[in-house]
Design a protein around this ligand. Sequence first.
Ligand code: GLU
Length: 291
Amino acid sequence: MIRVRFAPSPTGNLHIGGGRTALFNWLYAKAKGGKFILRIEDTDLVRSKKEYLDEILDSLTWLGIGWDELYHQGERFDIYRDYANQLLSKGFAYKEGQAIIFIVQPQKLKIQDLIHGDIEFDTSLIKDQVLIKSDLSPTYNFACVVDDAAMKITHIIRGDDHISNTPKQVIIYQALGFLVPEFAHLPLILGAEGGRLSKRTGAAAISDYRNMGYLPAALVNYLLLLGWSPGGNQEIIDIKEAINKFDIRDANKTAAAFNMEKLSWINAQYLRMLEDNELLGYLKPLLLEKK
Ligand code: GLU
């Protein structure tokens, strides 16, 4: 069975990029009759905040992205330490004080990315990897591998910004004797002017769009088009139809640019499709707030 995960760190709000990653994972699970796992990567004890966690969960719920299982890495530190000790006793790692460090052996690695095709890495360019830090918390790359294996994740769908982490993770899978899952790295979302997505060019939180009055179905439709197309020139696509047509292998290979006008146009189409009472349902809380 297909099992995918969305793994946000509660160190900030859910933004457009994270929303799209969550949506593509969820949609792939729905399209294939699989499971969508939500894993909260709250290993950074200083930067992780309950208010961000609540905001992320609320935003996903508002978008209509429900999860089948929920895990918190903060509750799993013992598991990471056990695996790190295993690597230590097998000679794959060494200690530096309390920290446990993985020995990277030189090898040429090839990953078959479902979106980009073959990607090759030379691990001689990667330095030894910290698994457990001296404060006994796990690093992202280590906790991620232990959990993706423990949670039986079959497909890792995440942003292109994680491509450089992939070889660091694959060598840990190999050392632990775990099956390496499939990878699909989604191209970046650029700002309207082609640069990095910034607050000014559309990188606001999903909850900001909610507060601006966008309909969740319209935002979902727009997030879908930021990296996938149902074919032809179709731009308005109902989520059920998207579930029937979606395959992660068809995701775009090149970066998409965020376009506020397009989002507003899509929103207008969805507004026109609403029945009066539905429209009233959306307007009422906004009007009451403005009183
Ligand atoms: N916590 C990581 C992030 O928010 C997850 C990356 C991944 O999906 O592996 O970027």
